[in-house]
Ligand binder design. Structure first.
Ligand code: DGL
Length: 266
């Protein structure tokens, strides 16, 4: 048993989809969440910058004595996971490996689509892992730089969002993928629209859910689960506290959520 909290971080608000999954999959676990709302999006940053930001956040989370970390950001997972694992001595789970594994289990025709930020797609992380497991797969990757701002604006079911989705998924439809990895933790919030445009027979992989399941499994295997009556969450952000509050109200079932603004650069 280990009652310490799990650290969860994202460039902004998308990682709250991991907190949502924790509420249903690991309701006894506490979490310390950090959203780097002052510097979102990471998707347009270089690998070196994403690594530097991730180090700053890891150090912040370690000061809160977390027992493990979920990198609830596709961009940081695909660009900084190895460096974080090499630098810190605690379990660190990103969203790329769990997402790729879930897609491998789901596909029947061996054609998998990957949607992610520009930096995630440029890293080739999902594609590499998928092809390592099965070189015969056909992987179609598409960067979707407009998705994160649309989600952060709360435009989950807007006509503009629908049109943007149609354009981005075109190559995936042309290549007849039967499985799509939503490779960014913001994208589960667009799931109903993406599902509608891809068609009901296509399986969408929610990387937030897949990563939360892997953390749960890891804690179980290592006797590190918490036994709180109900998990509690501490939220921190580097800016935009009001937006954080209104956004989280839309996706989390938590009344009186408090968010503290912190500076982590030093
Ligand atoms: N939630 C982040 C991700 O999963 C958003 C990316 C960004 O900040 O651009 O990639």
């Amino acid at each position: 048993m280990d009652n310490r909290a799990i650290g969860v971080f994202d460039s902004g608000l998308g990682g709250l989809t991991v907190i949502r999954e924790m509420g249903s999959l690991m309701p006894r676990e506490n979490a310390v969440y950090f959203g780097d709302t002052a510097r979102v999006p990471y998707g347009s940053q270089s690998k070196a910058t994403i690594i530097e930001f991730s180090h700053q956040i890891m150090r912040f989370l370690l000061r809160h004595d977390v027992k493990g970390v979920i990198i609830a950001c596709g961009t940081a997972s695909s660009n900084a996971l190895e460096e974080m694992r090499a630098s810190y001595d605690l379990p660190i789970i990103g969203v790329v490996e769990p997402g790729a594994r879930a897609a491998l289990r789901a596909t029947k025709n061996g054609r998998i689509g990957v949607l992610g930020t520009a930096a995630t797609i440029r890293s080739g992380a999902f594609e590499r892992l998928l092809l390592k497991e099965d070189p015969s797969l056909e992987v179609t990757s598409q960067a979707c730089p407009l998705f994160v701002p649309l989600v952060e604006e709360g435009w989950f079911s807007d006509e503009v969002t629908r049109e943007v989705i149609r354009r981005y998924i075109k190559p995936l439809k042309e290549n007849q993928v039967d499985t799509v990895i939503l490779g960014c933790t913001h994208y589960p919030l667009l799931r109903p629209l993406i599902q509608k445009e891809m068609g009901e027979n296509v399986t969408l992989i929610n990387v937030s859910e897949a990563a939360t399941r892997e953390m749960k499994e890891f804690l179980g295997q290592h006797d590190m689960e918490a036994d709180h009556a109900a998990g509690t969450y501490d939220f921190y952000a580097s800016d935009s506290i009001d937006q954080f509050r209104s956004f989280s109200r839309q996706i989390l079932d938590i009344t009186n959520l408090t968010v503290s603004k912190v500076s982590i650069e030093k």
